[in-house]
Design a protein around this ligand. Structure first.
Ligand code: KG4
Ligand code: ZN
Length: 342
């Protein structure tokens, strides 16, 4: 952490390349985004129905200098104005991470500034500090393409994972179900859009009974597969738009209700009054709506925060915010990228 109580304004430039977005941002004092440049590779990976690591790494190489220059330009700042350079260390695709992390390390070394290595998952949670006055303690629900966790954020230095998925991550379940329905990659946002026009109670889907604060989504995915097979038997191979919308809405209802139930229990049992959403799936309209209802509980409402949509999916502003607030950073330029949670 560079320091919340320092005398002068703090400008962190961060780079994020853990998956398929090449991103660079400058954030002032951990909360104010001065510039935010993102080059998305979705168009490339759409053709293959998912991210191809080798292609992702090559595209990062092509885009990295462009986004860095754009971030400086948007902010109207020069390297000398930057307090520290940060980069995502992991988890993510190793070849992709290497491109962004080496760029961040090089900027720090060349301009003789501190380097701050960041955990991608902690950064997703820190997206909640952008444009807010949020302070720990709170419960965070991290829902991304690769992870699903309930985290007790006790302070900027202490985070405890109290629940996680025992199989598929929520985003993965969204993308897999979307593919079963025949929707393009990434399926989450499109499924969300279709679900809004469907009946969430059209089909009863199973809510996996998992101990404690853990989750399971692979059974739900199989149930959707069976449902689609059944519907095709009854209605023919080409399912109508209305049938598809009802399947999407029923799936979304089951997922969002499960997430809410577990988080609500964690809030009650652990005694927290604040909850935040984080990760790409936190952009989901129904999950945001259901969680916002927690604010309205009479005599026991919770403070609920979700990052703006552009800070839910992968971006570098959250990495810069994390470099400012978190104490769990990797500040040695010799730090190596890692693919899985450390
Ligand atoms: O956090 P993220 O950008 O990347 C990872 O760190 O994994 O999350 C990407 C995931 C994808 O699975 C994508 O389908 C999902 O977030 N996603 C959504 C929505 N927007 C993105 N899932 C459901 N509803 C959305 N609106
Ligand atoms: Zn992510």
């Amino acid at each position: 952490m560079v320091g919340e109580e320092s005398c002068c304004d703090n400008y962190i430039m961060a780079i994020e390349t853990s998956c398929d977005e090449t991103a660079c941002a400058i954030v002032k004092n951990g909360r104010e985004v001065i510039s935010n440049a993102v080059a998305s590779q979705i168009k490339t990976h759409e053709k293959y129905g998912g991210v191809i690591p080798e292609i992702a790494a090559r595209e990062h190489l092509e885009a990295i200098n462009v986004v860095i220059e754009e971030a400086f330009e948007q902010a109207n700042l020069k390297p000398k104005d930057i307090t520290a350079f940060a980069g995502t260390v992991g988890p993510g695709l190793v070849g992709s991470l290497l491109v962004g992390l080496n760029a961040a390390k090089t900027l720090a070394l060349v301009h003789d500034k501190p380097f701050i290595g960041i955990n991608h998952l902690t950064a997703h949670v820190c997206a909640n500090y952008i444009d807010t006055d949020l302070k720990p303690p709170f419960i965070a629900l991290l829902i991304s393409g690769g992870h699903t966790q309930i985290i007790e954020v006790k302070s900027h230095s202490e985070q405890i994972i109290i629940g996680e998925t025992i199989d598929d991550a929520v985003g993965e379940a969204y993308d897999k179900v979307a593919r079963l329905i025949g929707l393009p990659y990434p399926g989450g946002p499109i499924l969300d859009k279709l679900a809004k026009e469907g009946n969430p109670h059209a089909h009863k889907l199973p809510d996996a009974k998992v101990e404690g604060y853990d989750f399971s989504f692979s059974g739900l995915k199989t149930a959707v597969l069976r449902l689609i097979q059944q519907l095709k038997k009854e209605n023919g191979e080409e399912l109508s738009e209305n049938i598809v919308k009802d399947v999407c809405a029923s799936f979304q209802e089951t997922v969002s209700a499960t997430l809410l139930k577990k988080v609500k229990r964690a809030l009650e049992e652990k005694g927290y009054k604040q909850v935040v959403l984080a990760g790409g799936v936190a952009a989901n309209s129904e999950i945001r709506r259901k969680f916002s209802e927690l604010e309205k509980i009479e005599n026991g409402g919770y403070k609920v925060n979700a990052p703006q949509m552009k800070y839910c999916t992968d971006n570098a502003a959250m990495v810069a915010s994390c470099a400012y607030f978190s104490t769990n950073t990797f500040d040695d330029v010799d730090v190596e990228v890692f693919s899985r949670i450390k």
